[in-house]
Design a binder for this molecule. Sequence first.
Ligand code: NAP
Ligand code: ZN
Length: 367
Amino acid sequence: MELNYYMPSKILMGKEIIKKSARNISSFGKKAFIITGKHSSKKNGSLQDIIEVLKEENIQYCIFDDIEENPSLETVEKAALIGREENIDFIIGVGGGSPIDACKAIGVMIKNRNLTKDTLITNEKLQSISIIAVPTTAGTGTEATQYSILTDHKDKTKKNLGQNIFPDLSLLDPTYTMNMNLKVTRNTAIDALSHIIEGYLNNNASIISDGLAEKALNLWGECIESLISGEFSYEDRENLMVASTMGGVIIAQTGTSLPHGMGYPLTYFKNIPHGLANGCLYIQYLRSFKNREKVEKIYKLLGLSSYEEFENILRKLTSVEIDVTKSELQEYAMAMSSNKAKLQNHPETVGFEELYAIYEGSLINKM
Ligand code: NAP
Ligand code: ZN
């Protein structure tokens, strides 16, 4: 057996984990740069908890609270220029995947002071200053991955930074997700599910990633009723967060595959949130998968009694109307058919025809 496993982030989870981790946080240095989105971290208490700990520990800080969804290279550069001026020691990314991904790229730009937004994405091996991640959505798993997904407006697409920037420390408190609205909850939960499944149906899957995926599917399955009804207990929120982090650990090993590559243009051109952009392709993606053995296992691990039931749930959680033409879908399928990084993770050979069929069956002639 060959194995290749690497996930260096320290992950701590629990109620009031930020307060409990004051010592740990203060070991990162004397000045912190908090990177967050515009509103949510002020509402869910995460930002306040971080500020209180920093004050108690006499750590200076500055805040950049202007990270948009699907963060752009421009925003990353703007924040990095402030971070360079302020001579900060470490970054705390708080929010959904967008601020945490942004802080990985900002950390690289602060560490490598010559980089600009135009030279940030490079083949060179680069490092970042230290990063603490405080996720407040349960979806991306970025707290346990090396990826940083950025929007490049010049090339009109989303790109991975291409560096291995794992957070040094990730602090998870499901309390911050308790009041998340149903739309964001579903979209992010579907993102987590898509990481678990794309890692499971993946050329790089191993006994370790499969073990994680099988347990994560059990956990995610326990939340299906809540995701349908919209009523969540603390335990549901906790299960979704753990499943999401496990999804991150999985894709840190395997990478994602077709739905992720195919979802990016739906996000860029049609403004569809990341999780939903993948999720709306899932029924067709799974139907197109020829090796049925592992696909069949998925619904059982989710605790469902039939594959049809699984499709019905996906239909309920990922329904979306997208105003898109056949020729646009052909362009997206063409671009995806040359996306070697994603295609090589998919264990079956697919080309333009198969990719277009997934898009069309999902978005035009819905089946
Ligand atoms: P997000 O873009 O970070 O946030 C989506 C929305 O949710 C924002 O309006 C945000 O508000 C709000 N929000 C965040 N936490 C909330 C809370 N606790 N309660 C209520 N609202 C909350 O969403 P995301 O799905 O977590 O992240 C998506 C990004 O991550 C995409 O760019 C995607 O490509 C990337 N991604 C990265 C990886 C990876 O491994 N690095 C994996 C998958 C996806 P504010 O803006 O006000 O904060
Ligand atoms: Zn994703």
